[in-house]
Design a protein around this ligand. Structure first.
Ligand code: TNX
Length: 524
């Protein structure tokens, strides 16, 4: 039997633990330079060299002319974790001497969003045709630094980048996310946070689903009750909300600073209960229905035979077009089960023309391919099988599509039966399912050249807060972004899942709530 009193043993153990903790603090594990093979989305071409660049406390960033704003952005994302001043030099002399250089330089093969990144022991040089390309290159550069670079407070470093060269450009021009702010409303700050999170994966489009049965989310000056009354609730009966025009402009400008185009959607002729409740005259029977806070679909329709309906749409689309610098307005068109085909087809034909009259291109869910489409109108495919007769017929006449098959790309589908959020009507979408398809040859009768790209819609019947958005979007949106950006030749689940695994520690550092799929060998 031991003669040492028990309380001393416990005290000794505590001292040992303290000692261990102190030792760990004295010799922190140094973050290592990240291999090029862990960048998501996979670059078109990359080679690693045997050198290492170290970002030092006195480093300056050279970014003159058109490169200046991306230079300022790069400095702003590197300052918190490094604690370095990172001044941005706009003078031409800086190009030769600053260790980090961003330059606009013509290179025909890079296109609008491509870039070239060259890292050696003394410099990091990023070149692109356009600022958008520099911005995408900066996202790659961030991923080549240790994950702790994503912390919001000062971290120890060292800030090393593996030497090498990357030449990169996207496979598809449209790489999107959609956020349904109608079923549940999300404020400006949440949308901005989501914009920053999707920009890391070179997503360049954010589609905002601004109206549905449960809520109208944008102030319209000519029809003010849409927002003040139609926006006053949401699924489950909460307070809802809407963006003032100034707030919407702020979102658009913030997105633009991240090279993301906002696509506003006003869903019609179905999914319109919030509008019908706000203005009795939009109803065929002249009677406004009550506000709706459930989750059924397909029960509402604008009155396609009334002139006032088209005056209403011209006013709404006119105001939104004036607020939106991007080329597109989304007219919805899905699940119009309360509108006969005879009413639906001429309605869509008229509305796409109203959009064109306001200088914009119409996009609609692929249901619109039943109608006669203008050559510019784009369909967004959401169904769960690759064959659809009216889509094929429209494609034959030249219609282009964005792909969001619900069983592959819908971010509101559950990962597994145990996923606490989301729905499962289109199936379960685990990490591997989200990646294992090719947008270039998915739709029967639609050529790869008619596929503008991909989009991950997040419907929000069950989604109420930022952490919910993040949990459903990550990792799947990063996977979809890779399908949109990376060349088909890089497509390989076995190598991809290791690259995806490297994102886990980054999301942890950023405080992004992601689903740690057991299919992915997450890095520690
Ligand atoms: C279908 S598919 C919808 C939305 C729902 C979603 C839920 C399509 C274009 N519309 O109205 O929110 O399913 O998963």
């Amino acid at each position: 039997m031991s003669t040492i009193p028990r309380r001393l043993v416990v005290a000794a153990a505590a001292i040992t633990m303290l000692g261990t903790a102190a030792a760990a603090q004295a010799a922190p594990v140094k973050p290592k330079a990240v291999p090029y093979a862990s960048v998501v989305p996979a670059p078109a071409w990359a080679t690693q060299a045997n050198s290492t660049f170290t970002l030092g406390s006195g480093a300056r960033i050279a970014a003159s002319g058109q490169a200046a704003s991306v230079g300022n952005y790069l400095a702003s994302v590197l300052r918190p974790a490094t604690g370095f001043a990172l001044p941005v030099d706009q003078a031409l002399w800086a190009r030769a001497v600053d260790p980090i250089q961003l330059q606009i330089a013509p290179n025909a093969t890079l296109g609008d969003e491509g870039y070239q990144l060259t890292v050696n022991a003394t410099s990091v040089v990023l070149t692109a045709n356009k600022p958008a390309g520099l911005f995408e290159g900066v996202q790659t550069l961030r991923q080549l630094l240790p994950a702790s670079i994503d912390a919001s407070t000062k971290q120890p470093g060292p800030w090393q980048i593996q030497g090498g060269k990357i030449t990169d450009h996207p496979r598809f021009g449209y790489r999107g996310a959609m956020l349904d702010v109608a079923r549940h409303f999300f404020g400006v700050d949440t949308v901005k946070t989501y914009i920053d999170e999707i920009a890391r994966y070179k997503v360049n489009t954010l589609h905002l689903h601004l109206s549905d049965d449960q809520g109208w989310r944008l102030q319209i000056n000519s029809w003010p009750k849409l927002a003040t009354y139609g926006g006053s609730t949401q699924v489950g009966g909460g307070a809802g909300g809407y963006y003032t025009q100034a707030q919407y402009k702020d979102i658009v400008a913030y997105a633009a600073s991240r090279y993301i185009t906002i696509i506003p959607e006003i869903d019609m002729p179905g999914h319109t209960n919030a509008a019908l409740a706000s203005y009795a005259e939009l109803n065929c029977n002249g009677v406004a229905p009550p506000l709706y806070t459930g989750t059924d679909v397909g029960f509402s329709s604008l009155c396609t035979s009334k002139d006032i309906t088209y005056k209403f749409l011209d006013d709404v689309i006119g105001e939104i077009a004036a607020l939106t610098p991007g080329p597109y307005i989304h007219i919805g068109g899905d699940e119009a089960q309360s509108t006969s085909d005879a009413d639906y087809k001429p309605f869509i034909a008229k509305v796409q023309q109203i959009v064109a009259n306001h200088g914009k291109t119409a996009i609609g869910w692929h249901d619109i391919s039943k109608a006669d489409l203008l050559p510019s109108t784009i369909g967004q495919y959401w169904d769960t099988t690759p064959t659809n007769a009216s889509v094929q017929a429209a494609a034959k006449k030249g219609t282009h599509f964005v792909l969001s098959p619900a069983n592959l790309a819908y971010l509101d589908m559950k990962y597994t039966e145990q996923t606490p959020l989301g729905q499962d009507w289109a199936g379960l979408i685990e990490a591997k399912d989200a990646y294992n398809w090719d947008p270039g040859n998915y739709l029967t009768g639609v050529k790869a050249s008619q596929v503008n790209g991909v989009e991950g819609p997040l419907w929000t019947e069950t989604i109420v807060k930022l952490a919910d958005i993040q949990y459903m979007a990550f990792p799947r949106l990063a996977e979809l972004a890779e399908l949109g950006w990376s060349q088909a030749s890089t497509h390989n689940w076995t190598t991809f899942k290791t690259r995806l695994a490297a994102q886990g520690p980054r999301w942890k550092v950023q405080g992004v709530n992601f689903y740690a799929s057991p299919q992915v060998p997450w890095a520690k």
